[in-house]
Design a protein around this ligand. Structure first.
Ligand SMILES: NC(=O)c1ccc[n+]([C@@H]2O[C@H](COP(=O)([O-])OP(=O)(O)OC[C@H]3O[C@@H](n4cnc5c(N)ncnc54)[C@H](OP(=O)(O)O)[C@@H]3O)[C@@H](O)[C@H]2O)c1
Length: 241
């Protein structure tokens, strides 16, 4: 069996592409998801990848979920913090619930998932953490104050934790995708997408989930052992950070 990798939100969108790409590289993958059982079961049937349901915004659920993955598959050596949600609304209409849901999933989820695997990685002197942030955490985006704050927080989390992991063989990196063709982006109004977003992307198209997955595979590999605390920008030239 290959190294064990957990991909949060690993059954749909970018996460599904990451799960499949890691499996193709020989990893034993556990794909986590939140509640869409139908999509998770279809993904499992298509790929043979084990799926595990828990909510990354709950610390207790993450601890229990990781325990069950480790009991079934072995110690976690690669963690891809990919699960994320949007609750887009202009700030003057944003509710505490919309703020809290996005922060708890997209930022606190990184603490909840990483803390329970960290001590084992330190003890084994090997680990790979890849956090999926966003272009909108780098540049900010109107209508996404909650999301931009959480995703910028993911980058700070990455840089600080990388310093702690460096001497014990653990790398921690972030990827900031631009607009990638998944359900999250298809939820954007088509007129807004075609008239206001696509013209801003120099390569003239949305990114593909596989284009992010390939970056994750590289950052998880032994070959990337000297890369830590970095932010990999993958956005078709839309924004240079
Ligand atoms: N798509 C883009 O253009 C884009 C750009 C920049 C950054 N990103 C980031 O990339 C990541 C993936 O985005 P995506 O577009 O692939 O999203 P997506 O298609 O909406 O899929 C989201 C996945 O995350 C899971 N998830 C959501 N909340 C969760 C929770 N609390 N606990 C566990 N799993 C949870 C979902 O599970 P269920 O299937 O059970 O709902 C699903 O598997 C996110 O962090 C997103 O912010 C995306």
């Amino acid at each position: 069996m290959g190294k064990v990798a957990i991909v949060t939100g690993g059954t749909r969108g970018i996460g599904a592409a990451v799960s499949k790409a890691l499996k193709a590289e020989g990893y034993t993958v556990a794909a986590n998801y939140a509640g869409n059982d139908e999509a998770a079961e279809a993904f499992k049937a298509e790929t043979g990848i084990a799926v595990f349901k828990w909510d990354v915004s709950s610390y207790e659920s993450c601890e229990a979920g990781i325990r069950s993955v480790e009991a079934e598959l072995g110690p976690v050596e690669v963690l891809v913090n990919n699960a994320g949600i949007t609750r887009d609304v202009m700030f003057h209409k944003m509710t505490p619930e919309q703020w809290g849901a996005v922060i708890n999933t997209n930022l606190t989820g990184l603490f909840n998932m990483t803390r329970p695997v960290w001590e084992g990685m330190r003890a084994r002197k090997f680990g790979r953490i890849v956090n999926i942030s966003s272009i909108n955490g780098q540049k900010g985006q109107a209508g996404q104050v909650n999301y931009s704050a959480a995703k910028a927080g993911d980058v700070g989390f990455t840089k600080a934790l990388a310093q702690e992991g460096a001497r014990v063989g653990i790398t921690v990196n972030a990827i900031c995708p631009g607009y990638i063709a998944t359900e999250m982006v298809r939820a954007i109004d088509e007129k807004v997408l075609n008239e206001r977003i696509l013209p801003l992307i120099p390569v003239g198209r949305l990114g593909e989930p596989d284009e992010i997955a390939r970056c994750v595979v590289f950052l998880a590999s032994d070959a990337a052992g000297y890369i830590t605390g970095s932010t990999l920008t993958v956005n078709g030239g839309q924004y240079f950070h």
